[in-house]
Design a protein around this ligand. Structure first.
Ligand SMILES: [Zn+2]
Length: 281
């Protein structure tokens, strides 16, 4: 059983080791509930699939330490929650947990474009927020404190919009679904053009991705997440700006790939972790 916990929805799926999804279910995330109430909602969601299971893999948004403690989850308003211990006590079966975006990247790595790729590649997941993982030799770079990938909270517009993390002007306040939503509302007030919103988003995202690309020289970038569903509106501008910003005289540019796994990526990542006997990661 794989459970992907998001700021809006909890999604569960029963997945075979080959990556076939047998059943799915979904509930609203009870943000602000106690951990016991939270587990109650997860238990109902899991039960709705109609399957028994031998183990559970959780994808949880936020910074999770090596002991499975959620140090900080802005989306769930959690600080220092011993999620892994509590989940093991609750379900009494093998439990694995990792960051939700990592689960996406593991899915992409095993079942998507990353399959068989040894060179570095970059995975940007742009949904409500944005996170960016670097994969080298098929392994996600986790960092010294298991906190790599939080590019969404690097400064892009100092003094800009307030971010969920408490800082201002983070990448996430400009290059994310929630940022686009906010700009749409602002536009409606002044009767502006949606093209400007997409143009600004595409240009800023290209700046961010070019910085990462110049640094690590990836084979390719994979873009995932809800905002990719609107790629028609911003993709061409993003690709043009990215090519302009990435300076690689005489070398091929990293190609840009749009994930085909969509919302199934975390489910596939989860089963891959479980079948490889991984601990929390
Ligand atoms: Zn932030």
């Amino acid at each position: 059983m794989v459970v992907d916990i998001g700021g809006t929805n909890i999604r569960a799926a029963v997945v075979t080791p080959e990556g076939n999804i047998l059943a799915r279910s979904q509930s609203n995330t009870p943000v602000g509930a106690s951990i016991e109430q939270f587990f109650g909602v997860i238990a109902e969601t899991v039960q709705q699939t109609g399957y028994f299971f031998d183990g559970i893999v959780f994808g949880v948004p936020g910074i999770i330490d090596a002991n499975g403690v959620v140090r900080r989850s802005a989306n769930l308003s959690w600080t220092n929650i011993s999620f892994l211990d509590e989940a093991r006590a609750h379900w009494r079966c093998p439990v694995i947990m990792t960051n939700d975006v990592r689960l996406h990247t593991i899915g992409e790595s095993r079942f998507g474009y990353g399959r068989g790729e040894d060179n570095p590649w970059i995975h940007a997941v742009i949904g409500t927020g944005i996170a960016v993982n670097l994969v080298v030799n098929g392994q996600i770079v986790k960092g010294a404190h298991n906190a790599a990938g939080e590019l969404g909270h690097a400064p892009l517009e100092p003094g800009g919009q307030l971010c969920g993390c408490g800082k201002r002007g983070c990448v996430e306040t400009v290059c994310s679904g929630s940022a686009i939503q906010r700009m749409k509302v602002a536009l409606a007030a002044v009767d502006g053009s949606m093209g400007d919103v997409w143009g600004n988003f595409a240009d800023k995202l290209a700046q961010v991705m070019s910085v990462v690309s110049m640094w690590v020289d990836p084979s390719f970038l994979v873009l995932s997440g809800g905002v990719v569903g609107d790629y028609l509106h911003w993709g061409r501008r993003f690709e043009n700006a990215y090519k302009q910003y990435v300076m690689r005289p005489g070398l091929p540019e990293p190609s840009i790939k749009i994930s085909k796994l969509g919302q199934d990526a975390p489910f596939l990542g989860g089963v891959s972790l479980f079948c490889n006997g991984a601990e929390n990661t």
